[in-house]
Design a protein around this ligand. Structure first.
Ligand SMILES: Cc1cc2nc3c(=O)[nH]c(=O)nc-3n(C[C@H](O)[C@H](O)[C@H](O)COP(=O)(O)O)c2cc1C
Length: 370
């Protein structure tokens, strides 16, 4: 098969020592809620297999929750603990590998982003560094140090299980206002112990999670860390206001054992700071010297949050700007969300320059999520 000239950069193999991929296309993690009682079944395996078969280099699964009673925020979110759920995941891994793909679970705790009245049961309080919601309202008591230690171990156990059942890497979800990001953000972290304080102090929880994950998976297993400046409903929020702050924020995470940073933005083409074209993934790569993944409206003309707020889909859009940036070495890998959710064959169509066959993203596509 001839790879279309424009897309060539996307189909160059990637190797960083710990992780080898056949191309640069990553499926972005997307929650689906199709795992009854937290157990991913054959339909989940089929869903990922279809993307692997169609030339996605690395699949990052939907967020899958660590072993903690307040981790999930919705019914049907897959668990990453318990014999049955892990057996389900090992089946997913097998199918993706058989189709020639690679796969990493995204391990997740929602923190105070969980609505206690709705799920999973109102006896279980949501948890967070200072017990504050994303609007700064108190919803529970601040976490104790002992509870924090237990959470760190729960992340480490999930990562150890990921390795044991055959995953190719693990992604730690440190983005989008969930538990780890609640430690990062000054609005939700008012602690005065070592887990709070300035931006570097607020990385302490994540550093302990990454170190425990590294100890659990050993030196050769790839660790991906996802972070974002934005939070739900706070799209202008910034953990780091300038490159210096971003460098101070990323350095401890990098030293703790991250191999690849996944810089979550809603539009990959937006410069992160004034005075440079670099996006967040670009700055991350430049400041840490580690590979980075970009994401945000690849192949589509609208941001993903417009779906949840206004019910809006998106039209297929060109990827020339993305390719130029990839060729310049601004980032290493490209995560694709809704375009791949809409169309399992998106990567293969880009590869073969079948651009007239690219689909629009619609609410209906979200309803089936097949
Ligand atoms: C339905 C849906 C579910 C999502 N669930 C997650 C998730 O579980 N974890 C996560 O880090 N991001 C999640 N995201 C964000 C995506 O990973 C991605 O960053 C975002 O959709 C932007 O990429 P896109 O514009 O290519 O869709 C979700 C997005 C969508 C549309």
């Amino acid at each position: 098969m001839t790879i279309s000239k424009t897309a060539e950069a996307l189909f160059k193999p990637f190797e960083d020592g710990r992780l080898k991929l056949k191309n640069r296309i990553v499926m972005a993690p997307m929650t689906r809620c199709f795992s009854p009682k937290g157990v991913p079944g054959p339909d989940v395996a089929g869903y990922y297999r279809r993307r692997a078969k169609n030339d996605v280099g690395l699949i990052i699964t939907e967020g899958t929750v660590i072993n903690h009673p307040a981790a999930a925020a919705d019914h049907g979110v897959p668990h990453f603990y318990g014999e049955e759920a892990l057996e389900g995941w090992s089946h997913v891994v097998r199918e993706v590998h058989e189709a020639g793909g690679k796969i990493a679970p995204q391990i997740w705790h929602t923190g105070t982003a969980r609505d206690k009245e709705k799920f999973p049961d109102s006896n279980v309080d949501p948890i967070g560094p200072s017990g504050l919601s994303l609007t700064g309202q108190p919803v529970s008591e601040p976490l104790t140090v002992e509870e924090i230690r237990g959470l760190v171990q729960a992340y480490a156990q999930a990562a150890a299980d990921a390795k044991r059942i055959g995953f190719d890497a693990v992604e730690i979800h440190g983005a989008h206002g969930y538990l780890i990001d609640q430690f990062f953000w000054e609005v939700t972290n008012k602690r005065t112990d070592k887990y709070g304080g300035d931006l570097v102090g607020r990385t302490t929880f994540a550093v302990e999670v990454i170190e425990a994950v590294r100890a659990a998976v050993g030196p050769a297993f790839p660790i991906i860390f996802r972070f974002s400046q934005w939070k739900p409903m706070h799209y202008d929020a910034k953990l780091a206001a300038n490159p210096e702050d971003l460098g101070r924020f990323l350095a401890p995470l990098s030293v703790a054992g991250v191999d690849i940073f996944h810089a979550s933005t809603r539009r990959f083409w937006e410069p992160e700071f004034e005075g440079s074209d670099l996006n967040l993934a670009g700055w991350t790569r430049k400041l840490t010297g580690k590979p980075s993944i970009t994401v945000g409206s690849v192949g589509l003309d609208s941001v993903f949050t417009s779906l949840f707020e206004e019910g809006k889909g998106g039209q297929a859009a060109g990827i020339e700007n993305l390719i130029e940036r990839l060729e310049r070495g601004e980032f290493d890998l490209v995560a694709v969300g809704r375009a791949l959710l809409t169309d399992p064959a998106w990567a293969a169509k880009i590869r073969d320059n079948r651009t007239d066959e690219l689909l629009s993203f619609t609410r209906e596509a979200l309803a089936t999520l097949s």
